[in-house]
Every structure is written in C-alpha cells, then in structure tokens.
Design a protein around this ligand. Structure first.
Ligand code: ZN
Length: 166
C-alpha cells in the first residue's frame, strides 16, 4: 500500500499529461494521501480565491496582502484540524506561486501548497476539517481527492460543510 500510494501520488502530482485542475475563481482543490504514518495534503487554488487579485503586487497594501496570505498558508495547524488522538506533527509546508517569483507574469495565476504531517497513531486519522474558508473568505468550494488505507474517495467541502471523513 505504501508504494502504491506513493506511486499514485507521483502520478497525480508530477505527470505532465495529467490535466491541470480547472481554474475557477472561488474553487480550490485538495489532494490528500495517507501512507503509513504520513499524511500529505496538497492545495491548489486560483490566486484570486486566496488574494483577491492575480498579478504582482503594485502597492504597499498589495505587497502586505501577499505577505499576509503566505503567512496564513504557512500555519498548517490552523488551516487543517486533525483528530488529536492521531498525534500528528506538521512539517514545514512548501508554497509556490508565480506571484512570489521574479519575471513577467500574465493571465490567470494559481498557487499550490504542500503540507506534510507525521502521525504517531495514524489509525485515529479519520477526519480532516479545514479552516481555509474562514481564513480565505473568497473560497466557496473545495474538491477533495483522497487516497488512504481504505482506497480512494472524493468529496466536496463548502463553508457550511468544512470537514471530510473517510
Ligand atoms: Zn483567475
């Protein structure tokens, strides 16, 4: 199962032929993988849903907004609530977006964030609740693709239903 999940993860994340998620403002996507004691969550979102604009910041308030967005995305324990019994410890996330890079950008922009936890009791890992809607009110819907010990599932979260169980 460990190798299978890892293989699926690499297929989903790295295959250039894998179609990019549709860019719909207000919608985001989570890909979750539980593999042994490891939980991985990847968030993909149009930048609009997290920041309110999709270009380089031009003013001090916009630069501040980019910094604040990044700071919020770098707090996995605030964004994702896991069962305390699973005793999961977050590792530093990786956050990537053209808005952080140098050089010209044009058109719609996205952001991806990769989160990892190590869980002392992964069997207790049965739910994930996200506070992304509270932190980023422009988000209205998040689709979930899940791969875990019980197989694959998909789901959909909204501000009123922000928890996913498996
Ligand atoms: Zn856009």
């Amino acid at each position: 199962m460990r190798l299978l999940a890892l293989g699926l993860l690499i297929l989903v994340w790295a295959d250039p032929a894998h179609p990019a998620p549709a860019h719909v403002h207000g919608e985001a996507r989570l890909e979750m993988v539980i593999d042994g004691d490891s939980l991985s969550v990847r968030l993909d979102s149009p930048l609009d849903g997290l920041l309110g604009f999709e270009r380089r910041p031009r003013t001090d308030p916009e630069r501040q907004a980019v910094r604040a967005m990044r700071a919020r995305l770098e707090t996995p324990d605030r964004l994702f609530l896991l069962p305390a019994g699973a005793a999961c410890v977050a590792m530093p996330p990786r956050i990537a977006s053209p808005v952080f890079a140098d050089g010209a950008v044009s058109g719609h922009l996205d952001l991806s964030a990769e989160y990892h936890w190590r869980c002392a009791r992964p069997a207790a890992l049965r739910t994930l609740e996200t506070r992304l809607f509270a932190e980023f009110p422009r988000l209205g819907m998040i689709t979930i693709q899940f791969i875990g010990p019980g197989g694959q599932r998909s789901g959909r979260l909204t501000p009123r239903q922000a928890a996913f169980a498996w």
